[in-house]
Design a protein around this ligand. Sequence first.
Ligand code: CA
Length: 218
Amino acid sequence: MSRILIAEDEERISSFVDKGLRAAGYTTTVVAHGGEALELALSGSFDLVLLDVGLPGIDGFEVLRRVRAQTSTLPVIMLTARALVSDTVAGLDGGANDYIPKPFKFDELLARVRLRIRDAVAVAPASLSRGAVTLDLRTRRATVGDRTVDLSAREFALAEEFLQHPDQVLSREQLLSRVWGLDFDPGSNVVDVYVRYLRAKFGSDSIETVRGMGYRLR
Ligand code: CA
């Protein structure tokens, strides 16, 4: 069963969408604040996000930007009352999969939700593997050989970044912006700390330090 996050602060709209999606067999969660939307979108618990542009706290475009800094596979459909071309372009440039101007008919929304979930299932790999390490992208579980390894959400995101770019040297700045987004300043040593955590779990030679450049998965 697909799980949909509805981030919309107009109760009238969120309850109408919520009821319709539940009736169509989806599991839904409704949030009305940008910060909550971001946290839940990054939790790995949802298959699709309906994201209002005008949210209190962090607006929809910023939520989208931060979500895309961490995952390229989660389908996001933007909802907005401002049916302006510039918004559409900003939303699609920011990595939205689709865009629905308000007001909309529920059937139209449902058709697009079905399409995006189907596309995501067809396109997204279920797992990433390199050497002995396998990441199950659906359950967010990691294994080394036949041993299950416990990873925090951030460790998993970092490991995913390495496995998506095997043989490439990834700089601290790249890893910081893709995995941590705006949460840390560029001088932070958090990347080095987390690379150490991953080495401890995947094997000390799993990630190579390329002096002056960054890190590479071996
Ligand atoms: Ca709104």
